[in-house]
Design a protein around this ligand. Structure first.
Ligand code: AP5
Length: 211
């Protein structure tokens, strides 16, 4: 199963990807998590990406495409994967088409999560993350078992730097300009899911669409 999760920042891509991993046993490939890992390791890519990420801007396409070619060539991708946060621009989508052909991979479905901007600003304000694993919580909608601690490791949760309201609004505006056109790009192979419902209901709609 090879899937793309497409949707606005804070639309629930990471949350749904974690549930899909459990159900289908395929890896989540989140360009955001990969880039945050590079930032934490202070690699050359991480140092470059950080300046864009902190401002809520997109990291240049060429860097993302190189990173993804490397990742999708790994053996754990042979049976499938969930692309979360990639592609996000038309050049990235075109680059992915070329890459999939080269790797002889077929894309099964593009899942579009539809969520209005105002709900997203509320979601981002309450988001807490466990950075090493990418696990995501919300203080109201999906709280951890223990206050501010990751359910699995008991480590402290953090607030992402780019979750400040003004940065979120900028990310939303970039989403509308650069990423939303991909809904049209993938229109023959996509399903649109109402992402404003409860997390379980969204997941149920996604799995139904994959049957
Ligand atoms: P990235 O990490 O990909 O961020 P994003 O796409 O902006 O998405 P988020 O991770 O913010 O949100 P999400 O959709 O995963 O929502 P979540 O499940 O957490 O990218 C970060 C940065 O990296 C970019 O700005 C850019 O600089 C760079 N980058 C990454 N990929 C790139 C690329 N391909 N090209 C160029 N640059 C790139 O949910 C959000 C909150 O809502 C959580 O608190 C969650 O608990 C809660 N929630 C989830 N679902 C629901 C629900 N149904 N109801 C209520 N609450 C919910």
């Amino acid at each position: 199963m090879k899937l793309i999760l497409l949707g606005p920042p804070g639309g629930g891509k990471g949350t749904q990807a974690k549930l899909l991993i459990e159900k289908y046993g395929i890896p989540q490939i989140s360009t955001g998590d990969m880039l945050r890992d590079h930032v934490a390791q202070k690699t050359d890519l991480g140092m470059l990406a950080k300046s864009y990420m902190d401002k809520g801007e997109l990291v240049p396409d060429s860097l993302i495409l190189d990173m993804m070619e490397n990742r999708l060539s790994k053996s754990d991708c042979e049976n499938g994967y969930i692309l979360d946060g990639f592609p996000r621009t038309t050049p990235q989508a075109e680059g992915l088409t070329v890459l999939l052909k080269k790797l002889n991979h077929n894309l099964d479905k593009v899942i579009v999560l539809n969520v209005e901007d105002d709900s997203i600003v509320e979601r981002m304000a309450g988001r807490r993350v466990h950075l090493p694993s990418g696990r995501v919580y919300h203080i109201k909608f999906n709280p951890p078992k223990k206050h501010d601690l990751d359910d699995v490791t008991n480590e402290k949760l953090t607030i992402r730097k780019d979750d400040e309201e003004s940065t979120v609004r900028k990310r939303l505006s970039i989403y509308h300009d650069s990423t939303k056109p991909l809904i049209e790009f993938y229109k023959n192979n996509s399903v649109i899911i109402n992402g404003t419902q409860d997390i379980d209901k969204v997941f149920n709609d996604i799995t139904k669409s994959l049957k």
